[in-house]
Design a protein around this ligand. Structure first.
Ligand code: PLP
Length: 426
């Protein structure tokens, strides 16, 4: 069957061998254009997801992101948020955001390098550098762009990146964009990282990179051993502390502080979107690194800066980290309580060392079904399957926050136990 296209004088028909016929338009006669959908292959892939029980609809939040929230019209204990300290709804932060809108408007109007740098952007960078004990900081629009923009801009096709196999997608994308040689070491294996570094030409520039906290398993990268390896082979050491910011280290300074690695990690990425409760990411390091990123990081150069409300919120959150350490203490108390409860039920909680606790299920469709059953009983814990994790390591991921009450956590544990037993997971 050829392709039919509506044409000014009638309908143009293209035959299979490219021959063309023009059917003249007749009064009162209309043939709708027929066009093959070039995106049909996407539909086929979605059908495949449906057949394998892996198709997801987005859960829609109605109201604020809190420890118990309304999703899809159902009130559920929320164990699927990165809102570690409960700051998304903190009254002081909301007040600062409102004041910033009133004083400075709703947008910056441009990218940072043209006319979109406001005094408060500079203040946040200065405050974050002080907080992280580094010379300087640059703030990006997200944690994703912090990683991808940094890795892609500091490396070239002549360089090498040595990366943990479970590092975040933003690191992988940045590495691909840089065109550097990508060498992957088995998860958490610092000896393997060292071996790879030793086999690379000594003159080649190398970046050794790990997540501080791995977002799907909740375990920590072996930072001290990786720092040793980086130093032994002259590699740049970089850590993505997206899930450690506001969670690990004194006042939430991250894994570099937690492990006492100050001065040994050249590039630290943090987020403002998770524990800090708003949006954004930042890179902390020496002055040259930050000035270079001001000149070369593409998300910095080609994407508009944060609106004043976001920056004001982050500044207020930073004050809270310093003034209210009890927030982080409460997060850890809740973490210990919930993990112990899951383990007492007999769940396999993997290797987690953080508030992220996976409940291992194995098969993808079963993890999704488990998540749906929990949701129906009032607990929102996301099912995570391939390609986010390996095919046989699907899980339901839980994240507790400082804002959860003991009653909420106990309720969730009871539901986990009941549904887990019914589904034969425990
Ligand atoms: C390990 C890790 N790095 C970076 C990011 C990106 O952070 P953001 O959500 O601020 O873009 C995430 C968030 O999913 C993450 O889990």
């Amino acid at each position: 069957m050829g392709v039919r296209v509506q044409h000014g004088d009638g309908t143009l028909i293209k035959g299979e061998r490219g021959e063309r016929f023009l059917l003249p338009a007749l009064f009162g006669w209309y043939t709708p254009p027929v066009r093959t959908d070039p995106l049909a292959f996407l539909g086929e892939q979605l059908d495949d997801l449906k057949q394998h029980g892996l198709y997801r609809t987005l859960r829609v939040l109605d109201g604020e992101a809190k420890s118990t929230s309304v999703y899809d019209g159902r009130s559920v204990v929320n164990l699927s948020s990165n809102n570690y300290l409960g700051l998304t709804t903190h009254p002081k932060l909301k007040q600062k955001a409102i004041e910033a809108i009133e004083q400075f408007g709703v947008g910056s109007g441009a990218v940072r390098s043209i006319s979109g740098t406001m005094a408060m952007h500079m203040e946040l960078e200065r405050r974050l550098a002080e907080f992280k004990h580094t010379e300087a900081v640059v703030v990006f629009q997200s944690g994703f762009t912090s990683n991808a923009g940094t890795v892609a801009s500091i490396l070239t096709r002549d360089d090498a990146i040595v990366s943990d196999e479970l590092n975040h997608a933003s690191i992988i994308d940045g590495a691909r964009l840089s065109r550097a040689t990508i060498k992957v070491f088995p998860h958490g294996d610092a000896d393997a990282a060292r071996r790879i570094l030793s086999e690379l030409p000594s003159t080649q520039r190398k970046l050794l990179i790990t997540d501080g906290v791995f977002s799907m398993d909740g375990d920590l990268g072996p930072l001290p051993a990786l720092c040793d390896a980086a130093e032994a082979y002259g590699a740049i050491m970089m850590v993505d502390d997206a899930h450690a910011s506001g969670v690990f280290g004194r006042n939430g300074r991250g894994t570099v502080d937690h492990f006492g690695m100050h001065g040994r990690v050249d590039i630290q990425v943090g987020t403002l979107s998770k524990a800090i409760g708003a949006l954004g990411g930042y890179v902390a390091g020496n002055r040259n690194l930050i000035e270079f990123l001001y000149h070369r990081a593409r998300p910095f150069l080609f994407s508009t800066s944060h609106p004043p409300s976001v920056t004001a919120t982050c500044l207020a959150a930073l004050d809270l980290l310093l003034e209210e350490p009890t927030l982080i203490e409460r997060l850890w108390e809740n973490t210990r309580f919930f993990k112990a409860g899951l383990q007492a039920h007999g769940f396999n909680t993997g290797v987690s060392e953080s508030p992220i606790t996976p409940v291992m299920v194995g098969e993808g469709a079963k993890a999704m079904q488990f998540s749906d059953r929990l949701f129906a009983e009032g607990v929102f814990a996301m099912g995570i399957a391939y390609p986010t994790v390996a095919r046989d390591r699907a899980r339901v991921r839980t994240i507790v926050s400082a804002a959860h009450t003991r009653e909420e956590l106990q309720y969730a544990l009871d539901v986990f136990g009941r549904v887990g037993r019914e589904m034969g997971i425990i």
